[in-house]
Each structure stands twice: as C-alpha cells, then as structure tokens.
Write a protein that binds this ligand. Structure first.
Ligand code: G1P
Ligand code: ZN
Length: 541
C-alpha cells in the first residue's frame, strides 16, 4: 500500500478549547477538516514515527470513520503501533488508563463529551499525552500553531480495517491492536474498591440503577455493576452505545437525565442511582429522594475515601476547579491535607496528580476522579460511592445530612445562559473586568462586595501561568459568584454563573432560595438580563 502525500492548506479555527477541538459534526465532515487536524497533532507533538498510540472514542456518529482516518494517517507518518478499542470504542478514562498501562506515547480520543451526537450535532477530538492526561496548554498551542502552517498531509491508499473483533492487524509497517475496551479498566476498578463489600450489600437487598444514556459507559457498567458486582440484570439502563445517543444529550444532570431523577423521587425508588456522559468521564449521583451536587459529591468522597482499599493510606491532597464549591476545602482543612484551586478543565490537574500533590480532583461540572488515571472518571465516582455506602450502610440522604452536620453546607448552583450572542457575552465580561478595581465595597442587592478578581493561576509544579479564567466576586459574609464563558460550546457563547453561599447550621434550605441574595447581587453587578436579552438561565444545575 502506498503513502499518499496530499497537498492542503491551513483551516482557520482549529484551536483546541477546554477539552480538545470541538465543532459541529458537519464542520468535521468538510473535506480534509479532520485530516488537517490529525496531521497538525502529529506535527505539533514532533511526529509519530516509531510511537505507540491509543485510539478510541465514545461511539458517536463519525467515530468509526475518524478512527479509520487516524489509523491510516498514523501508519503513513510512521507510527509503530496503535492500540484501538474494539468497534473504535474507548471511554475517556479507559483510554487514559490504557495509555498509562501500555506505556504508550499518547492517545487520540474522539468525543464531544456530553454534547449530542449525529450529523447535525457535535463531534470532537482531543490528544492525550503519555501520562494519560489531556494535552497541557503548551502542547495544544503547538498543535494549533502546526494547523496554521500546514501544507500537506500523509495518509495511505487503503481500505478500512475490521475493528469489530479483538486481534492484530498490519497497516503498512504499523501494528494495529484491537482490544476489549472494558477489561483492563474493570480490572483497575477491582484494585481500588472493595468489590466484596459492595457485592454483599447488593445481596442484602441494596438496589441501584445506572443510566448509561445510550453512550459509551453501557458496556463498562454492565460488566462491572451487573457481571462483577451482581447488581440485578437490567440495573444498567440505556446500555447500548448509539451514534446519536438516542436523540438526547448524554449529559448526566437533572435536565438531561430527568427520567432518572424522577425515578429517584418516586415511592418505589432504588437506593442509589447514577448516570454518566457520552465519553464516560462525568457522573451524576442520586439517592432515594436526594440529588447530590457534584461539588458536594467531591467533598463526601474526600471525607470518606479511606473506606476504599485504594485510598486507605489517606489522601495527599485535593484539587478543585476554581468555580467548584469550597465544600471540599472544608474537608481538607479538617483532615489536614492540601487543597488546590485550578482553572476550569481537567488538564490543570495533571501536574498535581503527577507530582503526588493531589489524590482526588473534581469539578462542579460533574467531574470527579483520582490519581488512578489522568482524566475524570464517571464510573470510578459511582464505585467510590457504592464502596462508601456498602461500608457505612446508610442511605445517601443520611450520608449528606451527616456530612453537612460535620462540615457545614456550601449551598451551590450553576446558571447557564446558552447560545447567546458572542459579542454581547464578550462585552459583558470585558466591562466587568474593567470594573474590577472599583467593585470592592460596592453594594449589590443585599450584599456588599469584599473582593473581586480575574482568576489567574500559576501551576505550583511547572510554574506555567494561565490568566483570564473567570471573574470571581466575593461578598462580605463568605458568599461568592463566578462568571466565565464556556470553552466547549459549538454555537454562540455560553455564559456560566456559579453561585455559592456557606451555612454552618441552617442545612435544609432549597439551594435556589438559599442563593437568592447572591443571584440578585450578581445580576446587579453584571446586568445579565439586559445584556443577553434573557429573563432566566437556560439550564440550572
Ligand atoms: C465544561 C466544564 C468544565 C469541564 C469541561 C470538559 O467546560 O465547565 O468543568 O472540564 O466542560 O468536560 P466549559 O464549557 O465550561 O469550558
Ligand atoms: Zn465527558
């Protein structure tokens, strides 16, 4: 088979965002769009000659085609071996694990995460480095720069490989190894958690439901929850990955996983429920009659991690993204381990995890994980919860009440304004940024601003500096609001408003009511309604 040298030219806008390059699928379907970006990855990382790569994705529309393109292009550029999940599938955490376990040089993951899939929906591609984590800014910048000077790409004139069975193929001089996407990951989970305790608890009548949302975690959850742990068959719902995720958003939140939330508030609810997103790195956790916010979940996991065998020795530290609630900081303070606040995006946790400074990490956007891989991990969080419940033998609601009684409660919510005019969104942020020096002491509704900053971060490990990561406004009395623009959207702009207020003793309020003064204060300072033309957020989580 012949190597084809195809002339091309730079395609504008191939700049990776919070999590890789994410665009409408039809953008990726334009001639050479995907190929240009893949070649830019190769060029940006200094070539793939002689390298070992892991490739897989969440199974959305265009996944299989993209895998075939990547295989041909890797072979044409001299890669030694590509390890690919059967059917082109790999969850993001499983890909991270495979890169680490096999000592690969890196990996390419195809996903637009929790965004919908299909020809008219979203597609994405991200590069992970040899620690198994998302490429840091320095690397994504090089990839972007490579995309701006690209003049040719290399591929092979060969047909698609069969990927539906495990086995080994050759593509030119390159070995393609098709592997079971689930087995290694499931084995890793068995080393971290007390499967015997969970199995016993299930045998004793504890019931659970897991909604895979027609996305990649279906096969993982069936293997781990039903086959290895003995949950009743059918406990995993929507378990077969579909190219369009059944027409919904594979986004595990109370909006997109409403049927699951409704089921948990019904009289015949199971004891525990969870859902994961398109590529399996996010999670939502529910108990009977209770939704656990991701920020609280991180705090509970940090407070109870020692109950799981993989974390018995205690935690080295915890890290959260800056907009994530400070609930976990209280646990860290009480237990005496370090707490870090990083910019949004899992890639900022990588150095802390590699350096052994943090064991658990989490984001308010339903991402939790640990140093077992270098991505957030939906099923890992579910198993950690199950391990904790199996040892403590308490309902989820009681675990939460107990946690708040011990540490106090950080009421928390995120309000999203989606698909708003980009110019209006930018202007809102710029004006607020310009007003920062004048905000201190300003009254806003019933609150008074204590301090305000445009969040910047210096990585304590490698010293790299990241600026402009969101405007954080703190009020007298400890409440806080954060405003930032999404870096993963594919249409217009999404404005995210993060709201938080600590209460030491009044622990059972409705979060939106508890946060009402903060909501009013942020509106007074930023003028969101007037500037976006919206009366209310599109999504409240
Ligand atoms: C969103 C989340 C962020 C997460 C990212 C990738 O990014 O807010 O926490 O790391 O998706 O899953 P955003 O759209 O806010 O830039
Ligand atoms: Zn995801």
């Amino acid at each position: 088979m012949q190597i084809l040298r195809i002339p091309t030219q730079p395609i504008p806008g191939q700049k990776p965002g919070t999590s890789g390059l994410r665009k409408k699928t039809r953008v990726f379907m334009q001639p050479l769009y995907l190929e240009n970006f893949v070649q830019s990855i190769w060029n940006g990382i200094g070539g793939v000659a002689g390298k070992v790569l892991v490739v897989g994705g969440d199974g959305r529309f265009y996944n299989e085609h993209a895998v075939q393109v990547i295989l041909r292009m890797a072979a044409a550029s001299g890669a030694a071996r590509v390890i690919v999940g059967q059917g082109g599938l790999l969850s993001t955490p499983a890909a991270s694990h495979l890169i680490r376990k096999r000592g690969a040089d890196g990996g390419v993951v195809l996903s637009a995460s929790h965004n919908p899939g299909g020809a008219d929906e979203d597609f994405g591609i991200k590069y992970n480095t040899n620690n198994g984590g998302p490429a840091p800014e320095g690397v994504t910048q090089k990839i972007f720069e490579a995309s701006t000077v690209l003049d040719h790409l290399l591929t092979l004139d060969t047909s698609d490989l069969p990927l539906d069975q495990p086995g080994t193929h050759r593509l030119g001089d390159m070995v393609v190894e098709v592997v079971d996407p689930v087995a290694d990951y499931a084995d890793l989970m068995e080393t971290l958690f007390d499967f015997n305790a969970i199995r016993d608890y299930l045998e004793a009548g504890f019931t659970l439901r897991f909604d895979a949302m027609h996305a990649v975690t279906g096969p993982y959850a069936v293997e781990i929850l039903e086959r290895r742990l003995g949950a009743r068959p059918g406990s995993v719902r929507n378990a077969v990955p579909l190219p369009d995720f059944g027409g919904g958003h594979p986004d595990p939140n109370p909006v997109w996983a409403k049927p699951l939330v409704d089921a948990m508030f019904a009289p015949d609810a199971p004891d525990f429920a969870a859902a994961s997103d398109g590529d399996g790195d996010r999670n939502m956790v529910l108990g009977r009659g209770v939704y656990v916010t991701p920020s609280d979940s991180l705090a509970v996991l940090a407070a109870n991690a020692h109950l799981a065998p993989g974390y018995r020795g205690g935690l080295k530290g915890v890290a959260r993204s800056m907009p994530t609630s400070r609930a976990v900081d209280r646990v860290a303070e009480a237990k005496g381990f370090a707490a870090f606040a990083t910019p949004t995006g899992w890639k900022f946790f990588g150095t802390l995890l590699d350096a052994g400074m943090a064991t658990l990490c989490g984001e308010e956007s339903a991402g939790t994980g640990s140093d077992h891989v270098r991505e957030k991990d939906g099923l890992w969080a579910v198993l950690m919860w199950l391990n904790i419940l199996a040892i403590r033998r308490m309902p989820v609601a009681a675990v939460m009440a107990d946690h708040w009684a011990q540490f106090g409660r950080n009421y928390y919510s995120r309000h999203d304004y989606e698909g708003i005019d980009s110019a209006a969104a930018e202007a809102l942020m710029t004006d607020l940024r310009n007003a920062l020096p004048t905000l201190a002491k300003r009254e806003a509704g019933a609150l008074t601003v204590r301090a305000a900053q445009d969040f910047a971060y210096t990585d304590p490990v490698d010293g790299s500096r990241t600026t402009g990561q969101g405007i954080e406004i703190e009020f007298e009395g400890g409440a806080r609001g954060v405003l930032r623009l999404s870096g993963t959207g594919t249409e217009g702009a999404t404005l995210r408003i993060y709201l938080e207020r600590f209460e030491a003793s009044d622990l059972t309020q409705d979060p939106q009511e508890a946060l009402a003064p903060v909501i009013t204060a942020i509106e007074a300072l930023a003028g969101i309604r007037a500037r976006t033309g919206r009366n209310a957020p599109d999504v409240i989580t």
